[in-house]
Design a protein around this ligand. Sequence first.
Ligand code: 1HE
Length: 272
Amino acid sequence: MTPSPSLAPNPILERAAANGVALDMQGAVAVVRLCRQAKRNALNDGLIEALRDVFQNLPAQARAAVIHGEGDHFCAGLDLSELKERDAGEGIHHSRGWHVALNAVEQGRVPVVAALHGAVVGGGLELASASHIRVADESTFYALPEGTRGIFVGGGGSVRVPKLIGTARMIDMMLTGRVYDAHEGERVGFAQYRVPTGTALSKAIELATRIATNAPLTNFALTHAMPRIAEQPADHGLFTEALIASIAQAAPEAKARVRAFLEGKAAKVQKS
Ligand code: 1HE
């Protein structure tokens, strides 16, 4: 498993590939692949570190990213075979390591689209929740088996999953082992797009390719300012909005795009 030949050699990306996370560039889209299908892309320590390294070291030409999993499932969550007897301090550091890796996905340089299929469970759902857009095919199912395994989420799930589906639904999933299928998953808010089986990756790349054409500062505002504004008191949120809006509109690219529309050279908004 080696990174795309179009990429300059990078020992960090080579180590990530050896640990099960491959990166290929498709134009301006970084396509990140979990490559551990024999274990249903279960996330061991090496894979978590590889995810962190890839998202912290995306090539300069990347303006959007897609993440997907090889085989029949997106991701089976934490590699349970590595669940050792940890004391409380070791457990905290393990969880914090996941937080660093998934923060690199959520708070990295580019918007991330997750292409989901099959199992999106436990830590796999935590990873999907760290992405900005989720595209799920009809084979997708969502669960948090931590509750029935006698453990708890530790990869940011208690913060990110309720933002998608609400606290009550997450508590229900963990207390009862409830599994949502693709249709219900879209209804409750796991995925923004539901597509036919086998087409999640191509749809995700299509969306990421479009996202990559946005002004970078607009994408930055959406992925970095917007989630923070949502957590601020309204008055602080309005103030932050005014700051980020003025920064975005001051960029030469914004001026050029607005001018192009006013001169009739840019696309109108079309009813789909
Ligand atoms: C694994 C794992 C894993 C598969 N850790 N080895 N996650 C879970 O509790 C989900 C556990 N996995 C499953 O429920 C099923 O494997 C799947 C529904 C995902 C897929 O089923 P299937 O029939 O396609 O595959 P399989 O036959 O169950 O698994 C194939 C192999 O992958 C098998 O190993 P083998 O050596 O016998 O071939 C499985 O043992 C292995 N495998 N999933 C380790 N998760 C930061 S905290 C996060 C906490 C959590 O994520 S807890 C939830 C863990």
